[in-house]
Design a protein around this ligand. Structure first.
Ligand SMILES: C[S@@+](CC[C@H](N)C(=O)[O-])C[C@H]1O[C@@H](n2cnc3c(N)ncnc32)[C@H](O)[C@@H]1O
Length: 259
């Protein structure tokens, strides 16, 4: 009998990867136990992007925020908090969704360092109790962004390390960006972060696929959806703390959806 070909864990489509085996505790410990310099730079840029946008476009009360593929990262949601009556944390993995439900109820002290960066902007300083506000505001929705993410539900949105980190297939990278963009309403400001040139990553005992992308891929992926103000910046790997082998930095796209 022919041997069953074994799958290369770094060359998987989104459906083939073991999302329910994603270990939230291991991922949190590796990535967000402390505030890294690259995350600090990203957080500061996202903070200024959203605050600047809403200074120029005064918002009606009660906007809806969306973070797609939230994993165990709360800082995109915290960055949207001043403007939102509701924030949807959309996530495929059952384990990550369970982690998010617990974190929304009472988030850990590690996130206080992230909040301190946000507090450098007055819009965030006005919020006396971000823990209580996130509890009131955030809802965790478990689903597959390719099948279950509704269109035109959000007035501001984030998607961090997801489009390029859910499959090795370039087509799925592009499709994930399209699904995210279609979930936003016209004019919505957004922030999307990417690992540059990653070809896969380990979380706990498991390997997950990634698609190697560079700045030109971010620009071409977002161009049809974004207004002309789209800006993509590169965040270097901090010399003392590479997150993992085999990536060349992070990319951050800040923009707003075409009206
Ligand atoms: C590399 S992690 C990024 C997590 C988090 N956003 C962050 O900034 O660290 C990729 C995340 O995408 C989620 N994901 C993968 N495929 C997905 C899909 N089809 N729909 C929704 N989420 C998905 C994974 O479960 C995981 O939480």
């Amino acid at each position: 009998m022919d041997a069953i070909p074994s799958l290369d864990a770094r060359a998987l489509t989104n459906r083939q990867a073991p999302w329910d085996d994603f270990d939230p505790a291991a991922y949190l410990e590796h990535n967000y136990r402390t505030l890294r310099e690259d995350d600090r730079q990203i957080l500061a840029a996202v903070r200024d992007h959203f605050a600047g946008h809403f200074e120029g476009h005064p918002a009606p009360e009660g906007l809806q925020g969306l973070d797609v593929g939230a994993g165990t990262n709360l800082y995109p949601a915290l960055a949207m908090l001043p403007w939102c009556a509701g924030i949807t944390l959309f996530e495929r993995s059952a384990g990550n969704a369970a982690w998010l439900r617990g974190a929304v109820r009472e988030y850990g002290e590690n996130w206080d360092a992230f909040w301190e960066v946000l507090r450098e902007q007055p819009a965030y300083r006005r919020l006396a109790d971000p823990r209580a506000l996130l509890r009131e505001t955030a809802t965790v929705v478990q689903g597959d962004l390719f099948a279950d993410l509704p269109e035109r539900i959000a007035d501001l949105g984030t998607m961090f390390f997801v489009a390029e980190s859910l499959s090795s297939a370039y087509q799925e990278y592009q499709d994930a960006i399209g699904r995210f963009a279609r979930a936003l309403r016209p004019g919505a400001p957004f922030a999307v972060a990417f690992m540059e040139n990653s070809d896969g990553y380990e979380v706990g005992e498991h390997t997950f696929p990634a698609c190697k992308i560079e700045r030109t891929d971010v620009l071409s992926g977002l161009r049809e959806y974004a207004a002309d103000t789209l800006a993509v910046s590169h965040i270097d790997v901090p010399g003392s703390q590479p997150l993992r082998d085999g990536y060349t930095g992070m990319l951050l796209a800040l923009g707003r959806l075409r009206a």
